[in-house]
Ligand binder design. Sequence first.
Ligand SMILES: [Zn+2]
Length: 281
Amino acid sequence: MEFIIIVALVTAVLILHRPLSALFNKLYISRQQHKFTECETFYHNVVSKYIRYYNRLGLEDQRKFLFRTFLFKKSRRFHYIEVKESAEMPILISAVAIQLTFGLDKFMLNYFSDIFILKDDYHYGFYSRPFMGHVDQSGIYLSWDNFIKGISGLTPNCNVGLHEMGHALAYVTFITETEEDKHFKKEFKNFSKVARPIFTSMQEGKRNLLGEYAAVNYHEFWAVSVETFFENPVCLKHELPELYQAMVILLRQDPLHTRNTNNVRTIFVMKGLKQEAESLN
Ligand SMILES: [Zn+2]
């Protein structure tokens, strides 16, 4: 009798697990949406001041962007190291993460519960050159002075926030495998079919828009591609059109057409990716 009850309970848990967690998630999101409305204007003011990408989005996408930023920030611990804390800092860092993952379903990078903000360039490990940022198992590290220059467009092709979030996204997908966006993981193989030969040619001495640092290793190639994709899309599309197109498909967004997703949808339809095209609705 006991055995039957245990089997029945286990079966019930297995059957109800999905609908119950979906229900709890729905309730959580609706509660957070309510809280978000209280600070939406402040978020808009902070993000619109710096993030050019955000200012190019349509109104509906701007709201989605800010809500995702709110959820991202809320689930992090921010640590300020020899830098004066401000209310803008965690919002802007969260916004940059959301910029990168805006076309994906999984955008929280939850493995990284800690984000460390340093004043400026710093030394790390046994490396002799100073760091602007890095990602390791303990968290995401960013130097504020370089971060703000990157989002203000003061450093052409360079945005350390996007660069480190690129590493973080690859980390949760391929190293810890703790937060897998199915589309991103699957499509990364196709991205690599285009990107690997470009990376190899760079290692053999060929130079292009991505610059020498992208040739250091494939991780850096990916992170620099992310920066260039958002910071200099016109030149990237012109100089390395296949890489640009592969990034559009991989990240399910086109920085040259942020006001609507029709362009990305057309690419998916042309490639026969019906499900991907529909998921953009
Ligand atoms: Zn890097």
